[in-house]
Design a protein around this ligand. Structure first.
Ligand code: PL3
Ligand code: FE2
Ligand code: FE2
Length: 235
């Protein structure tokens, strides 16, 4: 099956496409599964919001299942080994924060960083997705905004007390997230995605989120810019 879009032609049945797709698909399935677990942790931490958080977690479990279907549709089985390795440090940061009663970091890691990353990834994937995956990705992308909004509202309601913690968490957790991209770089390109565009989408989403939470636009920009400079120097 070959489709032609404006700039590129993607052969969804070539070995190189399917090989890369199995790892990308693995990342997405493991990422969605992890998001489900994080929301169930948050539901225990915030009993007043438990029902809503369990509902958000259940959406993530559904996303994972539907992305398994995208792999199955192409006749591949997701390769989850790399994904488990790549996502472990971020999950570890979530768990360590929880142990230290640093619930602000738990919210920032799952609802701002992971969700903005997912939104950026799915936005970048949509124009190069096969038609089956396009339907799934569209509805998932729509759902992810609910997850992002939960975190934005939670942090906004407490902005005065949590601003410094939010910033510290971002400085620790965003580089770990960006590191995923450098490792996935060849696979992203092989499925037709532009890693630079993914980073650009992440910056847009994250800037908007920080402003929603209460940071002044120029302060949000400063935080993001310093992260991106550190990232470029490390590359
Ligand atoms: C939150 O709801 C889910 C978090 C998922 C993280 C996804 C990481 C994706 C990395 C690159 C994926 C490209 C998208 C391709 C979609 C099949
Ligand atoms: Fe999701
Ligand atoms: Fe989500």
């Amino acid at each position: 099956m070959t489709i032609t879009s404006e700039a590129n032609e993607i052969n969804f049945s070539s070995n190189s496409y399917l090989d890369a797709y199995s790892r990308i698909n693995g990342m997405v399935i493991v990422g969605e599964g992890l998001a489900d677990r994080h929301f169930r942790h948050l539901a225990r931490l915030f009993p007043a919001d438990s029902e809503e958080l369990l509902r958000l977690g259940a959406m993530e479990a559904r996303h994972a299942k539907d992305f398994v279907g995208c792999g199955r549709n192409l006749g591949i089985k997701a390769d989850v080994s790399l994904a488990h390795k790549l996502l472990a440090p971020l999950h570890q940061q979530f768990i360590e924060a929880e142990k230290k009663y640093d619930f602000v970091s738990c919210v920032v890691i799952q609802c701002l960083i992971i969700e903005c990353f997912a939104i950026a990834a799915y936005r970048t994937y949509l124009p190069v997705a096969d038609s089956y995956a396009t339907h799934i990705t569209k509805y998932v992308l729509n759902d992810e905004f609910q997850h992002l909004n939960y975190g934005e509202k939670w942090l906004k309601d407490r902005f005065g007390q949590v601003a410094d913690e939010v910033e510290m968490c971002i400085r620790k957790a965003v580089p770990v997230t960006m590191n995923l991209l450098s490792i996935l770089h060849p696979d992203l390109k092989a499925v037709g995605m532009d890693p630079g565009e993914l980073v650009a989408e992440f910056v847009v989403c994250f800037q908007e989120s920080l402003e929603q939470v209460g940071f002044l636009p120029k302060n949000a920009q400063k935080i993001i810019r310093s992260l991106m400079v550190a990232q470029m120097l490390a590359a």
